[in-house]
Ligand binder design. Structure first.
Ligand code: ATP
Length: 577
């Protein structure tokens, strides 16, 4: 999606800092005033010495102006830097918060490394856009317009000549600025590619090592880094053009003014004093003008990065769902699917006409071959995606009518891979129930058979689990996730059993954990092992996105050939692909 980013997109980031920016502007005026006063005061001191007058007052004033100027300048620079850091902070927190609220389907379609790079690298670029870009442009513009007004009063004709040559420089800068912005976006996008490539490799570092693919992966990271370098270099070349072009234009305007002004003085149209004053103003104009032109290109580069931030900010966040919490019907099934059809954005139908109901306090197992759509049912219950047709009801209310916070508060969800978050065991447990007490934590640790792990770990509950829980076994990760949902005590637990073969001890531990969870709540479990289904109140057999049979274990053994086959293989079906 193309969001054309302009200065107005920077304004919301500046708005919280408008007071500080006003103060910076005021300090600039004071600082310039003090700087302009110093030469006059120096002249005063020298005159006083020459004429034998007392110099005390003039020296004091000079000191005040020099020291004051330095202090004001330092403070102003600090405030400006602080504002720029604040802008970066605002952009980062806003973007990170937005990322976590994007619909799950949006995350499916994006590379997390690229998103990371937008939060880290792109927002950093806003710093320069504010300090050396926006501010110098603004202060340059003030001085330039002041000088232009004065020059217009002195001699409009000479001003026209000046503006003509300066206009050439401005035209050049403006004409390259769009390209600078595009190249900056391009360079930042390549940085995004590079971060995504690094993230891809680090996310599967064991697989990469095992496949001896280090060099190929490094080459792909280096390729993106190189592309970022190339784009950066092309932008640098364009930006390097700006300063000689602006100094040429300024020197050209000097020559023109002197030549034409001289002729006008000779003709008597202009006094020498006026010409001298005009040239002095031209001097005054030079530095801020060159800086403003340079600032314009810096700003364009910043806007190029802002483009990537705004692209993500413009994506609609997940809607909050129904406005008001709904009182659920205690007589209705806790969960009911009615004729549900579903297709992921990027594919054909995954579920077709799926209907079943789960009464409160019962255990339902979903079974079926790999790819039948079992995990997809759980994702629909969580409303990570919406049904394409049909409806999904919780306590008799369509999930689309429930506020998402209410819906998700009713659900516990244990994913198949059950990734743990980097941090301690405690952090992971407290994720869904931040207010849980130590006694509650210890109780769930026992309930899910993690006591041995906690006792063995060097820092007990405060031991780190590693990135994604890599320091834990698959079975431990799953039990940790179950413990987490025990703590938040949701009425309906969605459990996606691991497909991997667990050893018999882990299997037994998982069983106990599931039993602990199921004791006083409703359970919908995607079952991959026979032991889970034998005592389920209801088993729903899915095949190719359709419900092909529903019943208890004994009944299905009689009635469903597919179930019989699945059961014969202990239900563990090798993952497809
Ligand atoms: P398994 O037992 O192997 O976990 P499953 O029955 O749980 O399989 P699902 O994960 O629900 O199967 O997947 C059903 C189909 O939907 C598969 O063909 C899969 O490729 C596809 N699919 C799953 N997730 C997505 C997604 N996020 N985007 C697009 N297609 C998906």
């Amino acid at each position: 999606m193309e969001t054309r980013v302009g200065l107005r997109h920077l304004l919301p980031y500046l708005r919280p800092h408008r007071r500080t920016l006003a103060l910076v502007a005021a300090l600039t005026v004071v600082g310039s005033g003090l700087a302009l006063a110093s030469p006059l005061l120096t002249r005063e001191v020298l005159d006083a010495v020459r004429e034998g007058r007392p110099t005390g007052r003039a020296v004091l004033l000079l000191l005040v102006s020099v020291v004051g100027g330095a202090l004001v300048g330092g403070f102003e620079r600090y405030l400006l830097q602080r504002t720029a850091e604040g802008v970066v902070l605002g952009a980062r927190t806003g973007l990170a918060a937005h990322l976590l609220r994007l619909p799950v389907a949006e995350h499916d379609a994006r590379r997390s490394g690229d998103l990371l790079s937008r939060v880290g690298a792109d927002t950093t670029q806003l710093h320069a856009a504010v300090t050396s870009g926006l501010f110098q442009l603004a202060s340059g513009a003030v001085i330039v317009s002041g000088a232009v007004v004065a020059m217009a009063v002195l001699d409009p004709a000479l001003l026209a000549v000046t503006l003509l040559s300066v206009g050439v420089a401005i035209g050049l800068v403006v004409s390259v600025s769009r390209r600078v912005r595009l190249l900056s976006t391009l360079a930042q996008a390549r940085v995004g590619d590079m971060t995504a490539a690094v993230e891809r490799s680090l996310g599967a570092v064991r697989t990469i090592r095992a496949s001896s693919a280090e060099e190929r992966e490094t080459a792909s990271v280096a390729g993106s880094a190189r592309a970022a370098y190339d784009a950066g270099l092309r932008a640098a070349r364009l930006m390097a053009l700006v300063s000689p072009a602006s100094s040429l234009a300024v020197q050209g305007s000097f020559l023109l003014v002197l030549a034409l002004g001289g002729a006008r003085v000779a003709r008597g149209d202009l006094t020498v004093a006026d010409l001298v004053a005009f040239v002095l103003y031209l001097f005054l104009l030079v530095l801020p003008l060159a800086q403003a032109l340079q600032a314009w290109t810096t700003l364009q580069a910043g806007l190029g990065a802002l483009q990537r931030v705004e692209e993500v900010r413009a994506l609609p966040a997940e809607d909050p769902g129904g406005a008001e919490p709904v009182a659920l019907d205690p007589a209705a099934p806790l969960l009911e699917l009615r004729d549900v059809d579903f297709a992921y954005a990027a594919g054909g139908p995954v579920l077709s006409g799926v209907s079943f109901a789960i009464p409160r306090g019962t255990r339902t197992a979903l079974v079926g071959p790999s790819g039948a759509g079992k995990s997809t049912v759980l994702a629909l219950v969580e409303r990570f995606y919406d049904v394409t047709a049909g409806s999904l009801l919780v306590g008799g209310t369509d999930v689309r009518a429930l506020p998402r916070t209410q819906l998700r508060g009713l659900l516990g969800y244990v994913e198949q891979e059950a990734p743990a978050l980097a941090g301690s065991l405690r952090d992971n447990l407290l994720l869904a129930a931040p207010g849980a007490t130590e006694a509650e934590l210890q109780a769930v640790v026992d309930a899910v058979n993690l006591r041995e792990l906690v006792d063995r770990a060097p820092a007990g509950l405060d031991s780190e689990v590693g990135d994604g829980g890599v320091l834990l076994s698959g079975g431990e990760r799953q039990r940790l996730a179950i413990a987490r949902s025990l703590l938040s005590a949701p009425p309906l637990l969605l459990l996606d059993e691991p497909t991997s073969n667990l050893d018999s001890r882990n299997e037994a531990a998982l069983r106990t954990a599931v039993d602990a969870v199921a004791r006083d709540r409703t359970l919908l479990v995607v079952a991959h092992r026979l032991s889970t289904v034998v005592d389920a109140d209801q088993i729903v057999v899915l095949e190719g996105g359709r419900v092909v049979a529903v019943g208890r274990h004994d009944e299905l053994l009689e009635t469903s050939p597919l179930y019989r086959e699945l059961a014969a293989h202990q239900l563990l079906v090798p993952a497809a692909g």
